[in-house]
Design a protein. Sequence first.
Length: 81
Amino acid sequence: MTEIILDDAVWADVDEGTEALLQEWQVKEGDSVAAGQVLAVAELVKTSHEIFAPSAGRIAKLNVAEQDTFGRGAVLALLEA
């Protein structure tokens, strides 16, 4: 299983304890995805960031619901190869 997270580089200049908002999922559990496909859009400090599939596979689990917040390093979804 591959853990899907918001890239660490996005958090570089963000204060500790700040949370991001998962705006929308563009996939659902069970969907097959291609490497590089947009999985979700998250907002961090008024900037939207797309979250991409690191490899092809199937979405096994979505861990964060739309419109929920999450912190640095949170596992947003699990991807099965």
